[in-house]
Design a protein around this ligand. Structure first.
Ligand SMILES: [Zn+2]
Length: 340
């Protein structure tokens, strides 16, 4: 009996000693989300902090360093049990050097964020584009586990895409692969944040759809979002979902038009790449998956080549805001060879 108890105590101590974790950080223009996690226990602790979009580079690094130690304390584990800090950057980034390329929402272009943060923390720092991390999270811990060639698309403020090819993340020659939001849809369309006209995200992102709804309301069409528009408040995905439930014609029309474009673009890319899975995520899909997915699928199957669509699955992500956080575990394995 005593021996059995001793064995149980010994093995639980052993597991506790062996179980390592990573700190994953999702950087945003207005907030930073950090979590301690591992594949056994999942997310152990998380901390969210607001950031000022006008912060200097050194202020931003300071915020990141603080949130790392805050979340480690929150998780009640020792720093030596953290194998890596995995930073998800909302822009293109070279994960080998750590230099950020394009980062339209943060003033961090041409900045070596990996080296600068490494000066403040002793745990190895890894960096990756946030959408790529989301794709890695979905592939390794979400609905994409069985996918071999997978496109993940996140529809929200903009539209981001991540590619898994032959089971691995595909980054491209200059680490900007997957920029689906800047695929040309209408050469006479609205001007995009990238400077071009008519990019996919200027037509089918939540921002684009909401702008069209606002114009409809301002031109006199009736909608339950009229009060929000008059007050100048932001229209969130939740409000769009409520309006759809309440059969709001303006909102239903604009979102349906968006789904039509999304389905067409996904079909074009599918014809080009022959995926076996397309995973949709982001705030808009989370709030409206039941309404949007069937409409996206109709447009998709209208345009896709039959053979290209054979066996292909289109699924909602289900990992929510945590997709990129989960991706940190896969990044630590790829770059440091550690399994956590
Ligand atoms: Zn663009």
């Amino acid at each position: 009996m005593i021996i059995v108890i001793l064995i149980i105590i010994y093995s639980s101590i052993g597991i506790a000693l062996l179980q390592r974790s990573v700190v994953s950080i999702d950087m945003g223009g207005t907030k930073v989300l950090a979590a301690v996690l591992n594949s056994e226990e999942g997310i152990i602790a998380s901390v969210k902090k607001p950031t000022n979009p006008n912060s200097s580079k050194s202020e931003y690094i300071g915020i990141l360093a603080n949130i790392i130690y805050d979340v480690i304390n929150e998780a009640c584990i020792k720093e030596k049990h953290i194998e890596a800090i995995c930073l998800g950057v909302p822009g293109s980034v070279n994960p080998y050097t750590g230099v950020i390329g394009l980062a339209p929402n943060l003033d961090l272009a041409d900045f070596n964020i990996k080296d600068k943060l490494q000066e403040k923390v002793s745990i190895p720092v890894l960096v990756e584009n946030d959408v790529n991390l989301g794709a890695l999270g979905i592939k390794n811990f979400g609905v994409g586990k069985k996918a071999v060639n997978m496109l993940s698309v996140f529809i929200g403020t903009g539209i981001g895409g991540g590619l898994i090819l032959d089971g691995k993340i595909y980054r491209g020659s200059k680490f900007v692969a997957g920029e689906i939001g800047h695929v040309l849809v209408d050469k006479n369309g609205p001007i995009c944040g990238c400077g071009n006209r008519g990019c996919f995200e200027t037509i089918a992102s939540r921002t684009a759809i909401v702008n069209k709804i606002i114009n409809d309301i301002k031109s006199g069409k009736k909608s339950e979002l009229t009060d929000i528009v008059k007050a100048g408040d932001r229209i969130k995905s939740k409000s769009l979902a409520n309006a759809v439930t309440n059969d709001d014609k303006v909102v239903i029309k604009r979102i349906s038009d968006g789904c039509d474009v999304i389905g067409g673009v996904l079909a074009s890319l599918s014809n080009f790449m022959n995926f076996d899975m397309i995973v949709l995520g982001g705030g808009m899909i989370e709030a409206l998956a039941n309404f949007m997915l069937p409409k996206i699928e109709i447009a998709f199957y209208n345009h896709v080549l039959n053979t290209s669509a054979e066996g292909l699955k289109i699924l909602p992500s289900k990992l929510g805001d945590d997709a990129a956080i989960w991706g940190g575990i896969a990044l630590a394995e790829e770059f440091l060879g550690v399994k956590v």
